[in-house]
Design a protein around this ligand. Structure first.
Ligand SMILES: O=C(O)c1cc(=O)[nH]c(=O)n1[C@@H]1O[C@H](COP(=O)(O)O)[C@@H](O)[C@H]1O
Length: 273
């Protein structure tokens, strides 16, 4: 999906919500464990109930890899279900990959070609030649970790190298990489006050902003500092939406939570007109 197609969907649905499909078998309603594929059954029910309220889904691959071959098959079924039934939905493989060039090419092939995701999250630590193989894919986005939502972000990302914080160097340097128009960046919702500075470096690029909900990030703060004239934000919530209930009404309960965020996003979008 192109950036313009994503913006069109955001305006149409009045939502820039991304729902994280981080499926933990200990947290899903227990009656689903009787299904042949409990992970897919859970995802399908969540997608069916929420797809009008969000523009993107983000399965974090850890939650699938943890269940071995069955987990990976559930991930495959989920992305195929989305691509077949909701091609208008933007999909993010949250895999946080990145390696030497020829290995990165294989990661890119796995997520963009084999699975058919629109985007993949990637760590910038190994630099330009580890990211450009992802950027080479047309109409696919590479979402680079810039300033993450966790406490450990302060271990390296905010440290100054030659007087400039490392995360700012990631933003600045990556602008010069080949096909950098295919970049998006991760900035944690818990670090909203940093967004004003970040927007000075990358005024237009889309940001994936996780950390609203379970991690305590604030949607209004993120919008205040991070929204661009073309919205420029995908705000993710995983646990705060998908585990709203452990009963049979879990999908409806998730939709209710998603709708609260969608309504807040609708209010924020009014400021762009
Ligand atoms: O890349 C990510 O999506 C990510 C980056 C980051 O800085 N912080 C962060 O929480 N995430 C992911 O976003 C999701 C957040 O989930 P919840 O805290 O349950 O909403 C998880 O899949 C995290 O792995």
């Amino acid at each position: 999906m192109t950036t313009n197609q994503l913006i069109t969907q955001i305006k149409k649905k009045q939502s820039f919500l991304c729902i994280g499909l981080d499926v933990d078998l200990n947290k899903i309603p227990q009656h689903l464990l009787e299904e042949e594929d409990p992970i897919f059954a859970f995802n399908k029910a969540i997608i069916d109930a929420t797809h009008n309220l969000c523009v993107a889904y983000k399965p974090n691959t850890a939650f699938y890899e943890a269940y071995g071959i069955k987990g990976w098959q559930a991930l495959e079924k989920t992305i195929h279900y989305l691509n077949e039934n909701h091609p208008e939905i933007y999909t993010i493989a949250d895999a946080k990959r990145g390696d030497i060039g020829n290995t990165s090419s294989m990661y890119a092939k796995a997520f963009f070609e084999d699975l058919g995701f629109d985007s993949v999250t990637v760590a910038p630590y190994m630099g330009k030649d580890s990211i450009e193989p992802f950027l080479a894919f047309k109409d696919k986005h590479t979402i680079l970790l810039a300033l993450t939502s966790n406490q450990g972000a302060f271990d390296f990302q905010t440290k100054r190298v030659d007087g400039i914080e490392l995360y700012k160097q990631v933003l600045e340097t990556s602008k010069n990489w080949k096909n950098s128009e295919n970049l998006m960046y991760v900035v944690g919702a818990t670090k909203a006050e940093y967004l004003a500075d970040i927007r000075k470096i990358i005024p237009e690029r889309f940001l994936l902003v996780p950390g609203v909900g379970a991690q305590g990030g604030n949607l209004q703060e993120v919008c205040k500092y991070g929204m661009s004239p073309d919205v420029g934000l995908l705000i993710n919530s995983s646990r705060g939406i998908i585990y709203a209930s452990q009963d049979k009404d879990f999908a409806q309960a998730a939709a209710t939570k998603a709708e609260v965020l969608q309504k807040q996003m609708h209010e924020e979008l009014k400021q762009l007109h």
